[in-house]
Design a protein around this ligand. Structure first.
Ligand code: 48F
Length: 262
């Protein structure tokens, strides 16, 4: 067997490197162009297009994984359905698909998550895991959302009273899925934003997909929704394990944000 000579590193140097480079990243992250909350399909797609256009984008994800609802597929089956024209996006990032009828594709959930995450990271998106966003920052004259408050997910789970850190941004995207957590907290704490939340309706996949895409976009100045957060905020039906609209709504909201923060 070939001898393998492994470089030896002192424990304190391991710590020093991690701390130094983490803090360097955070010094930039606290002043981002766009904060995206949630590394699900719509959030990562939005991040991919925003970073490709040169914006400084951070995604805060509560969990230690990418993909949000992709991994669970439908009832844990490892396939989801994608419909035209969303396959354009998957082709662009190299996801293999089987066309099961004209304009309808089936994909593997693990490949979908891994390649979407890799595409976003390669485009320049910073994805931070284990971070929960629990509030927004706002400014008056004109009234707008100007960033978010972040906390470690583990701190939140512990129930300890720890104040968050703040991250400023020109745009905040709520890509948190069915609960629209960021828009919900903003509408509750800032009634002057005048955002009502009718709540998501039961399933009607045929119409829900298009409705989610066209309704994704600005909710208030500086605050945007994509994916299932849009269904919650606009009172639209759910659609289950068909994911075309998640990708297309991410692309659509990225285009809207690029127009607004140019
Ligand atoms: O739910 P999720 O996948 O959002 P999406 O992009 O896609 C929805 C589909 O997965 C599926 C569907 C499609 O037909 O119905 O449900 O709308 O991903 C949302 C991500 O946001 C994270 C959460 O852990 C998940 O990975 N998240 C939620 N709230 C917070 C958060 C928060 N407050 N801070 C940080 N991350």
């Amino acid at each position: 067997m070939q001898e393998v000579k492994i470089k030896q590193i002192d424990e304190k140097k391991i710590s020093q490197y991690i701390i130094k480079y983490t803090m360097e990243d955070w010094m930039n992250i606290v002043d981002s162009d766009v904060v995206i909350v949630g590394a699900g399909p719509s959030g990562m797609t939005a991040g991919y297009y925003l970073a490709k256009a040169g914006k400084r984008v951070v995604v805060f994800e509560r969990r230690l994984s990418f993909g949000g609802g992709i991994g669970g597929g439908a009832m844990n089956f490892h396939k989801v359905v994608i419909e035209s024209p969303a396959e354009e996006i998957l082709k662009e990032i190299g996801v293999r698909m089987t066309e099961v009828e004209s304009g309808v594709f089936i994909v593997d959930t693990a490949e979908f998550m891994a390649k979407l995450g890799a595409a976003a990271v390669d485009a320049g998106v910073k994805i931070l895991h284990g971070v929960t966003v629990d509030d927004v920052i706002f400014r008056e004259d004109p009234l707008r959302v100007a960033g978010v408050a972040v906390e470690w997910t583990s701190t939140q789970m512990s129930g300890l009273h720890v104040d968050p850190l703040f991250v400023s941004a020109k745009a905040v995207l709520d890509a948190t899925g069915h609960d629209a957590e960021i828009i919900s907290v903003a509408s509750r704490k800032l009634p002057e934003l005048n955002v009502q939340i009718p709540g998501e309706k039961s399933a009607y996949s045929e119409i829900a997909e298009e409705l989610v895409v066209v309704n994704s976009g600005k909710v208030a100045e500086g605050l945007y929704s994509s994916g299932m957060a849009t269904a919650e905020v606009r009172g639209l039906p759910r659609m289950g394990p068909i994911f075309g609209a998640m990708l297309l709504s991410g692309r659509k909201v990225a285009e809207d944000i690029l127009r607004d923060i140019r």
